[in-house]
Design a binder for this molecule. Structure first.
Ligand SMILES: NC(=O)c1ccc[n+]([C@@H]2O[C@H](COP(=O)([O-])OP(=O)(O)OC[C@H]3O[C@@H](n4cnc5c(N)ncnc54)[C@H](O)[C@@H]3O)[C@@H](O)[C@H]2O)c1
Length: 317
């Protein structure tokens, strides 16, 4: 194995030491396993309004700043990039504070709690010339990448229909206590679409498939939940959303369904992408992460199952 090329060090701090703050710290911890990556993040700071949330990060040897006010963290000169993972209603204020502090921004979805906030963040980032990214990780899985390549190749023929979905089921438990993601005031009026929409829209948008028409079916299924203190609280976000859209592809109107659901029985973080054409079709679901399905029109119509791991082994990767 050849020696890795030298990597430029990027000093990163995290604002929001919750689920995703811990997740990104774990990803940085495994960074050395990436090949041919020109940069190496060094996690050097963390900030949360809840001091107890900082404790988990004390096991990360590279962290030297533990703050409870994000302005203190942003004033520190030895930080290049800030990852922000806080409730959605705080995204605009904190993202703008990061950009104005002169640091680059690794943002979380949604990019602002609503369209107005998203535009204000985008405009300030381009006015200041800062580097900003927000992303969904699912399109980078091998099966999703293959689906993207095939869908963009033109080999599918005339597209008949497209389905993109992200499905959860843990909210089916009515005893699950409420949290900020189930409150419109903090999650945003778009509810589950704010939470899961980027995962569903990412691949279609990268393919250039922008809906021209849209019909939404939105559901609020449980309207109350335990408040975690022995009482009950209003749960006012949309739980499930199905968007029936029309996308102009190759000059033809193609039906595309975007599904974002917190109550989809048996589904646990399932990301699905399917595009059916007159000549070929592709189907990939994280429920079967190594399995890639290809439909080919021939004398007989068949779905072909490809084991992605076997394919990688054959290629010597
Ligand atoms: N990319 C993904 O797959 C994915 C998955 C889950 C969540 N998310 C996104 O990550 C973000 C955070 O979600 P989470 O699940 O980590 O939430 P979480 O509730 O687990 O953590 C949020 C943290 O932010 C802290 N916080 C609140 N206000 C703050 C402030 N002013 N300054 C500093 N810290 C503050 C809270 O104390 C909490 O510890 C959201 O935007 C969410 O949509 C992304």
């Amino acid at each position: 194995m050849s020696a890795a090329a030298p990597q430029a060090k990027v000093r990163v701090a995290v604002i929001g030491a919750g689920l995703m703050g811990r997740e990104v710290a774990s990803a940085f911890g495994r960074w050395f396993s990436l090949l041919d990556c020109p940069v190496a993040p060094e996690l050097c700071g963390v900030c949360d309004v809840n001091p107890a949330a900082l404790d988990w990060f004390r096991q990360v040897p590279s962290i030297r700043h533990f703050d409870t006010d994000h302005r203190t963290l942003l004033a520190r000169p030895d930080i290049d990039v800030v990852y922000v993972a806080v409730p959605h209603d705080l995204h605009e204020a904190l993202y703008l504070d990061v950009l104005r502090s002169g640091k680059d921004l690794f943002a979380e979805k949604p990019f602002g709690v609503d369209l107005g906030a998203a535009r204000r963040i985008r405009d300030e980032a381009s006015r200041l010339g800062r580097f900003v990214r927000v992303s969904s990780e699912f399109p980078f899985l091998p099966g999703a990448r293959r689906a993207f390549r095939m869908a963009s190749s033109g080999d599918l023929g005339r597209l008949i229909e497209v389905r993109s979905a992200f499905l959860h089921s843990s909210d089916l438990d009515p005893s699950k206590p409420i949290n900020w993601k189930r409150r419109s005031a903090q999650c945003g009026e778009a509810g589950v679409m704010n939470d899961l929409g980027l995962h569903v829209a990412h691949l279609p948008l990268r393919l250039g498939w922008r809906p021209s028409h849209l019909h939404a079916q939105l559901q609020k299924i449980y309207t109350t939940r335990p408040d975690g203190k022995g009482g009950t609280a209003a749960c006012d976000t949309w739980d499930n959303a199905v968007l029936h859209t029309t996308v102009p592809i190759g000059g033809e109107p193609v039906p595309m369904t975007l599904e974002m659901k917190r109550m989809a029985p048996t589904e646990t973080n399932t990301w699905i992408f399917e595009a059916l054409g007159t000549d070929m079709g592709v189907r990939y679901s994280t429920k079967e992460p190594k399995t890639f399905w290809t439909f080919r029109r021939g004398k007989e119509q068949t779905w072909e199952k490809t084991d992605l791991a076997a394919g990688l082994a054959k290629a010597g990767k």
